[in-house]
Write a protein that binds this ligand. Structure first.
Ligand SMILES: Cc1cc2nc3c(=O)[nH]c(=O)nc-3n(C[C@H](O)[C@H](O)[C@H](O)COP(=O)(O)O)c2cc1C
Length: 334
């Protein structure tokens, strides 16, 4: 059945890499210990030694396999080398092409490659490159949104495209509980990837105010006002906070560079200023006007009512899906 493991993991439940510096060793180890696929997030700059440290710290917290996510839009060659040297179980990539030669290199190092895509065309290229699994991200997703299609329409198309190949398809975007999980299975997925649900866990590095907003607020907006200079052409789905509703407008020719500094943060041990309209979501180290900062979240956020341990998220999804299938579907067919 679909809730069984994929890629050698106990379960087909992926914790999406959460940048910048939100999915650290504690979250990833907690997901791994719960039987899911936890993903660290590599820095957006070359920092192989630091990345090795992150991987080793995670290994000190779990004996289970885990992976690292790399955003291909930023410098990453040395980071990927470190990931392959460390032989983590999974290299997750997104926002760019990852050619067959690099997939082969990863395979030679014993590392599986999972590509997160947001369109049919991108899925085609990733399959051609020989990836081990595909994460299909729908427009519902929190954070930076790759494509324009909703998951309901895009996912089965990609499942059909994969056909008989041994490439698990993992659904991503708006999934929070067992209902979303079972729906994804019905659409042909073998696994699910959740970002927002894992953001709202005890172990995530999201700032306490950000976590509180994930519980309090139910609506999200698709926008491009945050982080335009640093990462152009990468729209985001964010929480509709007071700031977003009242002051979340920025003329197309403006960006965060000329805006006032509203706070400070540490991302992967580097201190940074945060300007108004920066794409930097608040992590535990962030100080300043937290409420005016970007807060990424997916459309399922209205279903999140409590901050719980990450392993509980995995357990509830697995047990809930099994029960739901048994009660709602199997009972009617016998
Ligand atoms: C705070 C936040 C940060 C994210 N950062 C990344 C990232 O660095 N790399 C990546 O591939 N996806 C990232 N994502 C997207 C997730 O991988 C995933 O596609 C998305 O969270 C799924 O939608 P959901 O949030 O509704 O579960 C991020 C999502 C959030 C909410």
């Amino acid at each position: 059945m679909g809730w069984k493991g994929i890629l050698g993991f106990d379960y087909g439940i992926v914790q999406g890499p959460l940048g910048p510096d939100i999915s650290g060793p504690e979250l990833v180890a907690a997901v791994a210990n719960g039987g899911g696929i936890g993903l660290l997030r590599a820095p957006d700059w070359e920092s192989p030694d630091y990345l090795r440290e992150l991987i080793r710290k995670t290994r000190s917290l779990t004996d289970k396999p885990f992976g690292v996510g790399v955003v291909l839009a930023f410098p990453h060659e040395e980071n990927i080398k470190a990931i392959l040297d460390e032989k983590v179980a999974v290299l997750q990539v997104c926002w760019g092409e990852f050619p067959g030669e690099l997939v082969l290199k990863a395979h030679q190092a014993g590392v599986k490659v999972v590509h997160q895509v947001g369109s049919f065309e991108a899925a085609k290229k990733a399959i051609h490159a020989g990836v081990d699994a595909l994460i299909v991200q729908g427009l519902e997703a929190g954070g930076h949104v790759l494509g324009q299609d909703g998951l309901m329409a895009l996912l089965p198309r990609v499942v059909d495209l994969v056909g008989g190949r041994d490439i698990p398809v993992i659904a991503s975007g708006g999934i929070v509980d067992e209902r979303g999980y079972v729906a994804a299975l019905a659409l042909g997925a073998q696994g699910i990837c959740l970002g927002t649900r894992f953001l709202a866990t005890e172990e995530s590095y999201a700032h306490p105010v950000y976590k509180r907003k994930l519980i309090e607020l139910d609506e999200t907006g698709y926008t491009n006002i945050f982080g335009r200079a640093r990462w152009p052409g990468a729209p985001q789905r964010v929480l509709k906070t007071h700031f977003f509703n009242d002051r979340g407008h920025l003329p197309e020719h403006e960006n965060e560079v000329d805006q006032p500094v509203i706070g400070r943060t540490t991302i992967h041990c580097m201190e940074r200023e945060i300007r108004l309209f920066a794409g930097t979501v608040p992590n535990v180290t962030t100080t300043g006007d937290i409420e005016s900062m970007a807060m990424y979240a997916g459309q399922g956020v209205g279903l999140i009512k409590e901050i719980i341990p990450a392993a509980q998220v995995v357990k509830r999804l697995v047990e809930g899906a099994q029960l739901l299938i048994k009660q709602k579907f199997l009972a009617e067919t016998v």
